[in-house]
Every structure is written in C-alpha cells, then in structure tokens.
Design a protein around this ligand. Structure first.
Ligand code: HEM
Ligand SMILES: *[C@@H]1O[C@H](CO)[C@@H](O)[C@H](O)[C@H]1NC(C)=O
Length: 334
C-alpha cells in the first residue's frame, strides 16, 4: 500500500510538471514557434539552408536580395508570402510596385527551395515560413547573427499592389514618415535603426539616391549632409539623367559582409540613401542608436536578431486561415 502511495505521488508530480515542460514559448502571441515542423518536416531547415548557401556561393549579393524579400513581404498585409505571387486571375502582383519593380530579386531561389521542400514534405511548409528562414540564413551566411525562427505562418490567397506602394518606405521619405510606417506595423524606433542595418550588404540603383546628388529639396541643390568626396564619386557613376539602373554598394566599406560598418559610414556622412543618413540627422534617439551600433557590433547583432523576429511576427496567417501554397508564385486554385 505504501508502495502504491509513493507510486501515486510520483505519478501525480509527473503530471503536474509535464504541462510546464510541454508548454511552448510563443512569440508575440501569434502562436508561431520554432519547432512547428519538427514532426511534419524535420529537415526543412537543412533543405532551405543548403539551397540558400548554394545561391549565395554562386552570387554573394543574393544574401542581401533574399533578406530584403522578407521585409517587403511582411510590411504588406503581414508575413504571408503575398510578395511571391505573380499576376494571374484577379491577382495583381506586388512585384510591379514602385519599391519592387526592377529591384526586388531572388524569386528563382525561392522557387528552387520550395521545389526541394515539396519533394521532402508535400503540402506542409508555407512560402511565408520559407521566406523567414531564408532571411535568417542569408544573414548568417553574410557573417551576421543567428536567431531561431518562429514558424507556422500560412500563405495568402491574394496580394496588394497598393499596400506594397504605400506601406514600404521610400528612400527619400522623411524620418518621421519612415518611423510612422514602422509603427503602423507594431515596430518601434529601435527596430527601425537596427533593421536598417540590413543595408550593410547589398546594392542600390542610382535612381534610389539621385535626388540627393542634384536636387535634394527641389531647389537644385545637393544634400549637404553627404560627405563631399563621396558625393563626387557617386555623381561620376550616377549622372543627372540616364544610368538609372547603375548599381552601388549600400556599404562600400564591406559590401558583402554583415557587420556594423553601415553605422560607421553614417557617422562619416557616407550613408548612401537619404533614409540611411536621416537616422543620424533628424532624431536624437535614433542618433544615439546609430552611435551605439557603430561602437558595439554585439549590441547591433542582438537588436537586429530581436527585431527580425518581431518583423517576422507581423500579422501572420495561422491555423486554418490562408493556405499552404504548392507553388509560391500562385494560389492553389483560382
Ligand atoms: C527603413 C526603411 C528602408 C528603406 C527606405 C529602404 C530602401 C531601400 C532601397 C531604396 C534599396 C535599394 C533598392 C534599389 O535601388 O534597387 C534597398 C535595398 C536593400 N534593403 Fe532596404 N530599405 C529600408 C529598410 C530595410 C529593411 C528593414 C531591410 C531588411 C530587414 C532592408 C533590406 C535591404 C537589403 C538587404 C537591400 C539590398 C538588396 C539587394 O542588393 O538586392 N531594407 N532598401
Ligand atoms: C521622392 O521621389 C519620388 C519619385 O522620384 C518623387 O515623386 C517624390 O516627390 C519624392 N519625395 C520627396 C519627399 O522628395
């Protein structure tokens, strides 16, 4: 009897502990969690990583291009892979919006990842989750921080061209209007300054910063916050007219390395985009963050990883909303 009682006590205490151990940490209250595919597609992270690694080895800039896609997805009706849809039926693709046209790239890499993942686990892994994993892997491959990616997003059955035009900040937007766009997504000034650090890798086209070189305020004058010799060099390859698609490194110091030199450039008045430089010049708190990240890579990496998880939590479709697309470019039935 005593034996039975002690058995009962052990059993009861196990039952009391078990739910605590099984309780999962969720992020932002949306029910996304890193183990979402542990049983349904245990190798998904390896599959994604191997395709991303291959693509980045072939072309280093691809890390930047893929990281940007997750941002342009999440800011438009949430992280739902709406960005990946091509035009068809009543869907007008976001790929034709002002921020994306002649600019967003890497869609073939997503196709390849999705095809590999479908082979291993058909109808299981969303394109939205693949974008989130791809952004993390790209960051790590370029030398940036690692973070666990909360998963469980589902894919939209529509896209929003107007959302893409209106919600994604433009490079010549004012500091306040950029911050307002971040706040609308539930992001704050720390997220803005940390996530802008993505511009430590990748390119921008002449058309994205020409205004600063020749006509900053519509008065025929350049942006005098731009360091002069740097401005002169930019003008040689970004003329007053023509050359719209000429490419420049966003971080000329270490264009393929995910580090904190983006912030050092800004302190030296060598931010490429107006939206980069205003982080220093238009707001006290933002200026402090730029200085801190320029001095402290570890702090930048911690904040960046944290803000990427926050951005990845923007209004995901979960449960039975949306669908798991078979092909990221099209909804399952029209
Ligand atoms: C804060 C507001 C932001 C503005 C105004 C902005 C604007 C831009 C512009 C104009 C370009 C160059 C596009 C071109 O000329 O083709 C660019 C490139 C890029 N952006 Fe941003 N961006 C912002 C925030 C972000 C965020 C939050 C991320 C990621 C989390 C990001 C990641 C990137 C990357 C990696 C590139 C280089 C892409 C490539 O080389 O293919 N940006 N951005
Ligand atoms: C930003 O650039 C766009 C397109 O070139 C232009 O129409 C707009 O007036 C500019 N906005 C500002 C604030 O300069």
């Amino acid at each position: 009897m005593a034996q039975f009682m002690s058995y009962l006590i052990v059993l009861m205490s196990l039952l009391a502990i078990a739910p605590m151990c099984l309780a999962r940490k969720t992020y932002g209250g949306y029910g996304l969690y890193p183990q979402f595919y542990d049983h349904s597609c245990p190798h998904v992270e390896d599959i994604v990583n191997s395709v991303v690694a291959k693509a980045v080895a072939k072309e280093p800039r691809m890390a930047a291009s893929l990281l940007r896609l997750h941002f342009h997805d999440c800011f438009v009706q949430g992280c739902d892979a709406s960005l990946l849809l091509d035009s068809s039926g009543s869907i007008v693709s976001e790929k034709g919006s002002n921020p994306n046209r002649n600019s967003a790239r890497g869609f073939e890499v997503l196709d390849e990842i999705k095809a590999e993942v479908e082979k291993a686990c058909p109808n299981t892994v969303s394109c939205a989750d693949i974008l989130a994993l791809t952004a993390r892997d790209s960051t790590v491959l370029a030398g940036g921080p690692y973070w666990e990616v909360p998963l469980g997003r589902r894919d939209s059955r529509g896209a929003s061209l107007s959302g893409s035009n209106n919600e994604i900040p433009a490079p010549n937007s004012t500091f306040q209007s950029i911050l307002t766009k971040f706040k609308r997504q539930g992001l704050d000034i720390v997220d803005l300054v940390a996530l802008s650090g993505s511009h430590t890798i990748g390119n921008a086209r002449c058309t994205s910063f020409r205004q600063r070189l020749y006509n900053q305020a519509g008065n025929g004058q350049p942006d005098y916050t731009l360091e002069q010799s740097y401005a002169t060099e930019l003008r040689t390859r970004c003329p007053r007219s023509g050359g719209d698609q000429n490419l420049f490194f966003l971080d000329y110091e270490s264009p393929y390395k995910f580090d904190n030199s983006y912030y050092k450039n800004i302190l030296a008045c060598k931010g490429l985009l107006n939206s980069d430089q205003v982080l220093l010049t238009k707001d006290e708190q933002s200026m402090e963050l730029v200085k801190q990240y320029a001095a402290n890579t570890k702090l930048f990496f911690q904040h960046f990883a944290n803000s990427m998880v926050k951005m990845g939590n923007i209004s995901p479709l979960t449960g039975s909303t949306g669908e798991i697309r078979k092909n990221c470019r099209m909804i399952n039935s029209y």
